[in-house]
Design a protein around this ligand. Structure first.
Ligand code: AMP
Length: 467
């Protein structure tokens, strides 16, 4: 199976081929013909499956097959909504890369940066707009754009958008779109809320699913290092030096914890930066760029900040703290072992986190191997202490501040019962199976915890979300 066999134009196939991709991933094999056919689509897939090209390529094909007037009069014809700024930027890059040989303009807009250059860009005429919901509404309120000519709407990572409280924004945007349009919805999980949204939004959609829920990628080697809570940073520094880890993504539970760890690693001459919701967009972009280009050895991230980040060949993920919600473990370790590359995920687990570990092992249906590192043996008499999240890590950011990745206020405490109700029917691919191309062995996942949530999950939750 090749990209041209899927019915894509020569200009698009050429651009994809130049990226080194010769075989479409399973989601691409299914999504591309479905989108080209013009109907609605409901796709169960998460980052890492190749879903971006799955919708970008056929959108480019469809829009370029029926081009409109040149210049400023060009209306926005495709709108891609994403939960986070990083994901928006990544999708925007993909649109530019794959659209290199077609005459379409694209733009990315998200909050946390100056709005004026975005206004200028919009004035120049944009065919494909990638946006986070908050900033999109700012533009609409200011009258700097119209959406009345949109032919195709994509809701990417729809479950995360709902988790982050974007539902009201999405509804407001939907009200401004023409009634007749093509809708594509991508989601890793299918809660009742997603089901309600898809029922309302999609008309007789094609349904495809490629990722298995809550399955960790087989190619990610996982390990637990039991350690005392106050020796975690020393153990991490030891492992980085001892094993010559050069590109390590480290997860902490809180923003404060991320900052503190960066400081501690700095004292050990290990270059580290943190990305989380209290960092400016510029700081986050810089940290990510330095990490991607391997100038920075360690990137310390909170869950929301790291979601959707696509770093090719990331070899090492460290859970410095276990996540409160077991499903986040799956999302975290999904940052490694991407696109067919092997990876390793280690977790530094202290006595306070034993219940969390049990919850994770129950979810992934595996007992993870324990390996005590010499010199870091945990105290057998240590007693667990309740895990306190710092209050600033619970503050929900408003549209203009504080949220990681563009989260919005008003999530309503993150509705309960978020299990996989209303999953789409699978059409053809094998869930979670390795395919013939890269980028598809991704773990499935469940909705995640909003770190900025007003009502944090209690520590030691052993399964499910139910907040
Ligand atoms: P996504 O799920 O869209 O975030 O894509 C995950 C990764 O797979 C990205 O690094 C893509 O560039 C890469 N990718 C997309 N399509 C293919 C393909 N057909 N073959 C190999 N890699 C791909």
């Amino acid at each position: 199976m090749s990209f041209s066999q899927l019915g894509l134009s020569e200009a698009i196939v050429r651009a994809v081929t130049e990226c080194g991709y010769s075989t479409p991933t399973p989601i691409q094999q299914q999504a591309i013909p479905a989108v080209l056919a013009g109907g609605d689509l409901l796709a169960g897939a998460q980052t890492g499956t190749g879903k971006t090209a799955g919708f970008t390529l056929p959108i480019l094909h469809r829009l370029s097959a029926a081009t409109r007037a040149e210049g400023a009069k060009r209306p926005i014809r495709a709108l891609v909504l994403t939960p986070t700024r990083e994901l928006a930027a990544q999708i925007g890059d993909s649109v530019k890369t794959y659209g290199k040989y077609v005459k379409l303009n694209s733009a990315v807009i998200f909050g946390g940066v100056n709005i004026n250059p975005q206004v200028t860009m919009l004035k120049q005429g944009v065919d494909i707009l990638v946006a986070t919901p908050g900033r999109l509404l700012d533009h609409l309120q200011q009258g700097t754009m119209k959406l009345d000519q949109v032919e195709i709407l994509v809701l990417d990572e729809a479950d995360r958008m709902l988790d982050m409280g974007f539902i009201h924004d999405i509804k407001r945007v939907l009200a401004l779109l023409p009634k007749k349009r093509q809708n594509l919805l991508f989601s890793a999980t299918f809660s009742d809320e997603i089901k309600a949204l898809t029922d309302r939004l999609l008309d007789n959609p094609a349904m495809i699913e490629v990722a298995r829920r809550n399955a960790t990628a087989d190619i990610v080697a996982q390990k637990i290092h039991p350690v005392d809570r106050n020796k975690k940073h020393a153990l991490l520094a030891h492992l980085i030096k001892e094993k010559n880890w050069f590109q390590v993504l480290v997860f902490t539970r809180t923003k404060h914890g991320a900052n503190k760890l960066v400081e501690q690693l700095g004292k050990e001459d290990i270059s580290a930066m943190a990305i989380h919701g209290n960092k400016s967009q510029a700081a986050r972009t810089r940290a990510l760029a330095e990490f991607k280009s391997a100038k920075l050895q360690v990137l310390v991230a909170t869950d929301i900040a790291a979601r959707g980040i696509d770093i090719d060949q990331l070899p090492q993920v460290v859970n410095y703290d276990l996540p409160n919600v077991p499903e986040d473990y799956v999302h975290r370790i999904g940052r490694t072992g991407r696109a067919g590359a092997s990876g390793e995920a280690v977790s530094l687990v202290c006595v306070d986190e034993h219940d969390m570990l049990k919850g994770i092992e129950k979810l992934i249906k595996q007992t993870l191997p324990r390996e005590v590192v010499a010199g870091f043996e945990p105290d057998p008499n240590a007693r667990p202490q309740p895990i306190q999240l710092r209050s600033e890590d619970h503050q929900r950011g408003g549209r203009n501040g504080g949220r990681a990745g563009g989260g919005r206020a008003g999530a309503g405490g993150g509705g309960g019962g978020r299990q996989a109700a209303g999953k789409p029917r699978t059409s053809s691919s094998q869930p979670g199976q390795p395919g013939q191309s890269q980028g598809q062995r991704k773990p499935g996942g469940a909705p995640r915890q909003d770190q900025s949530g007003a009502r944090p999950a209690p520590p030691h939750r052993s399964g499910g979300r139910g907040r």
